[in-house]
Write a protein that binds this ligand. Structure first.
Ligand code: MG
Length: 158
């Protein structure tokens, strides 16, 4: 049996915060605002996995109203999510992601981001891909006010 999952997230960019993508910190003037560390890609990937396995969503599992998750390491949340997915008998076949922001450039960090996700999700790095896009000057991403991440995953179980 195979299942596809989709995740999407958007975070406001502000001064004084780190810019994290799947636990990799990119040098940037502004970073992701969030109740957790704001790692937009970790959140989109978590929701893709949860959606494919029909196990809920991160807003429900780790609600912003719960102080437990204040400034939480989102890769730790992803590890919890992947543990649930594995417990339900699933393994990851592949994961494809798009990160959209005006700056910083994602491409120089792509392989580190892929490696971080591959290690956490227990697959080889060739099962993970990440693209960087801009907002072409349009909308909150194009205005440099936000970063958006999309993720699609395929899960398989016997
Ligand atoms: Mg989020």
């Amino acid at each position: 049996m195979i299942r596809v999952g989709l995740g999407r997230d958007l975070h406001r960019l502000v001064k004084g915060r780190r810019f994290l993508l799947a636990g990799v910190e990119l040098p940037a003037k502004r970073g992701e605002l969030g109740h957790s560390d704001g790692d937009v890609l970790a959140h989109a990937v978590s929701d893709a996995l949860l959606g494919a396995a029909a196990l809920g969503d991160i807003g429900g599992l780790f609600p912003p109203s719960d102080q437990t998750w204040k400034d939480a390491d989102s890769m730790e949340l992803l590890r919890v999510v992947f543990g649930m997915v594995k417990q339900a008998g699933w393994r990851l076949v592949n994961l494809d992601c798009v990160v959209s922001c005006e700056e910083p450039k994602v491409l120089p960090f792509r392989d580190r981001i892929r490696q971080s996700l591959a290690q956490t999700l227990e697959v080889s790095v060739d099962c993970i891909f990440v693209k960087g896009k801009t907002g072409e000057g349009l909308g909150p991403v194009g205005n440099g006010k936000a970063v958006e991440a999309l993720a699609v995953c395929l899960l398989e179980k016997e």
